[in-house]
Structures are given as C-alpha cells and as structure tokens.
Design a protein around this ligand. Sequence first.
Ligand SMILES: [Zn+2]
Length: 58
Amino acid sequence: MNNETVEEKYCGRCNRKLKSEKSRETGFGPVCKKKHDLEKVTVVEEIGENLDKDGGTE
Ligand SMILES: [Zn+2]
C-alpha cells in the first residue's frame, strides 16, 4: 500500500507549490520566507519606536 500522503501546501506569499519540507513547515518558499522575515523585523522596529515614545509617560 502506498500510503505516502504528501499534503500539498502553497507559499503564503506567491502561492507557488512548496516542495521542500522546510518550506512547508514555514508556509513560505525560501525566497519569500526571507522577505517575510524582513517585513516582520520592520514591523517590530516600528512597534518598538512607538513603545519608545510612550515609554516616558510612566
Ligand atoms: Zn513564495
């Protein structure tokens, strides 16, 4: 019995089929993962700046 069910997953960014196990884990292809991480870093930095501004009130 060939019961190897490979779940098809697609990149959350460009909707390409993810081939590697790692990509399926992250939900992004290697290139899109990098871009996604870069965007995450940018968002965190923006939040950090906002926290900095509010930090003086307490
Ligand atoms: Zn992609």
